[in-house]
Design a protein around this ligand. Structure first.
Ligand code: ATP
Length: 248
């Protein structure tokens, strides 16, 4: 029998402010241990999809009005964002949300807020984060607001790791970073996937890099999935090349 996917989104509709229909029936699956890319232009609905999953829409007056979302086969639409973090599903927001006035290490510690397994375990995981991001170890006492964009993105991912997630929803990890740093971030995503078994759903406008690291991709246009497939197939697809990879 096929394994239950870690995440399954079934035909969801999202409406903002009671009238603005933004997701018009989105379905997608992230298999256990998968890296799945959610692709599409600015405004297609990628962030909305991630926030619908992690239940972060309410503060934006958005609402899932149809469909269902399952984490490891269990419905989660009614779970709060914090409950989801406890159950192993966490979102890393677009724009590297860090606490600018806190040090990098303090930022990482805030990521452990849902845990009840004590200081020693938290300390161990912090060392694990520093092993993945040696740059963060070097800069642990720096105020996050004064570190580089790449370091802030690393801090945001490191902070999420402190909750011991099974699944990370990663919004635009490459945004605003130089190509070499984008590559560095995606290499770490791959390592976390292979070594820690973390599954990823990543929203990206950078189709090229996302399809090199993802196993599977979905393309979102105006709130609908218009194409999906194995990443290597999508990379060879003529429409994807023309419209998303910028090659004639
Ligand atoms: P981006 O690259 O900007 O993150 P995206 O693909 O993630 O783009 P969303 O941010 O999900 O797209 O936005 C999808 C659509 O929903 C856009 O048309 C946007 O204007 C609209 N939208 C987003 N947030 C709200 C909101 N709080 N209220 C009303 N409309 C919104």
């Amino acid at each position: 029998a096929a394994q239950t996917p870690i995440l399954s989104v079934n035909n969801i509709e999202v409406i903002y402010d009671h009238v603005i229909l933004v997701l018009k029936g989105v379905s997608l699956v992230v298999p256990q241990g998968g890296i799945v890319a959610l692709l599409g232009a600015n405004g297609a609905g990628k962030t909305t999809t991630l926030k619908a999953i992690s239940n972060l829409l309410r503060s934006e007056r958005g609402e899932v009005t149809k469909g269902s979302i399952e984490l490891e086969g269990k419905r989660i639409e009614a779970q709060t964002a914090n409950e989801l973090v406890r159950r192993g599903c966490i979102q890393v927001m677009e724009g590297r949300h860090c606490f600018g006035h806190l040090t990098i290490e303090e930022n990482l510690l805030t990521g452990a807020f849902t845990r009840r397994d004590g200081k020693a375990a938290i300390k161990r995981d912090m060392e694990m984060v520093y092993d993945y991001f040696p740059r963060l170890r070097e800069r642990r006492t720096s105020q996050a607001g004064y570190t580089s964009g790449g370091e802030q993105q690393m801090t945001a991912i490191g902070r999420a790791l402190m909750s011991r997630p099974k699944m990370i929803l990663l919004d635009e990890p490459s945004m605003g970073l130089a190509p070499q740093l984008q590559e560095e971030i995606f290499e770490i995503v791959k390592k976390l996937n292979q070594q820690e078994g973390v599954s990823f759903l990543l929203a990206e406008q950078n189709t090229n890099i996302a399809l090199r690291y993802a196993t599977y991709g979905y393309i979102l246009e105006s709130g609908r999935i218009v194409m999906d497939g194995v990443a290597s197939d999508l990379r060879e697809n003529e429409d994807v090349k023309e419209f998303y990879l910028g090659v004639g």
